[in-house]
Design a protein around this ligand. Structure first.
Ligand SMILES: [Fe+2]
Length: 235
């Protein structure tokens, strides 16, 4: 039996899975996105060789605090070297220290209180870079960006469902010779916390997701496990 596209999952409709509070406006999420990206750049500039992933997390929390953010809907994940093949389901590397030439990624989930809008909005942004140069890791990160953009364009042009978005990205990742990491499947964002509406993953949605209230995320790993690339942004 197939699920009609006007239905969601587990007996909940698309409208229920895409709920927001009555005061919510999309601009709140866009502002949270801009501020999160700007903090991400600030943290990047403060990364130093020899830091552990936990040092980087503490740094991120301090930088966010200096911008008035003390709440995070998920803790900052900053991973170095082969740690970039790991996902948010796995703990940080305790001992590893950042070295020149390492791939690294940041995955940030701050909650921004928007005084003008009177609500708290979730930021969620993640991206991968090389600390110094690492042409192979940089290529992997660029491919993750390219696949994200292609998937987003296909969703706009041909109205892809959440399931179709992830099937497309997986196919593209394989074609480029990367491992498409399972379990990195996208989710809602909204006024904080989106968990009051749903924790369901975008990759499981049999309907065409609405604009800007879902995070599209993907992770590509080097088949040899030397590095990975994580990227996420609003769909
Ligand atoms: Fe995130």
């Amino acid at each position: 039996m197939t699920t009609p596209h006007n239905l969601g999952v587990h007996g909940r409709t698309q409208a229920e899975l895409e709920a927001v509070s009555p005061e919510f406006i999309r601009d709140g999420l866009f502002r949270a996105r801009e501020k999160t990206i700007s903090v991400l750049e600030e943290i990047r500039r403060m990364l130093r060789e020899g830091m552990t992933e936990n040092d980087a997390r503490l740094l991120a929390l301090t930088v966010f605090k200096s911008h008035g953010v003390t709440k995070h809907w998920h803790k900052p994940y900053i991973r170095f070297g082969s740690g970039t093949t790991l996902t948010f389901n796995e703990p940080l590397q305790a001992e590893y220290r950042l070295r020149t030439g390492d791939a690294y990624y940041l995955d940030l989930g701050p909650v921004w209180a928007d005084a003008d809008l009177g609500l708290e909005y979730e930021g969620d942004y993640g991206d991968t870079f090389a600390f110094g140069r690492n042409t192979e890791a940089e290529k992997c990160a660029e491919t993750a960006h390219a696949i994200f953009r292609e998937a987003q364009a296909a969703w706009r042009a041909t109205k892809l469902t959440g399931e179709e978005l992830y099937r497309l990205m997986e196919k593209r990742a394989r074609k480029e010779g990367y491992v498409f990491v399972a379990g990195v499947e996208g989710h809602r964002v909204s006024d904080f916390p989106h968990h009051k509406y749903t924790k369901e993953n975008l990759a499981r949605m049999p309907f065409v997701p609405s604009e800007s209230i879902w995070v599209l995320e993907l992770q590509l790993n080097d088949p040899a496990g030397r590095f990975g690339a994580f990227f996420e942004d609003l769909l």
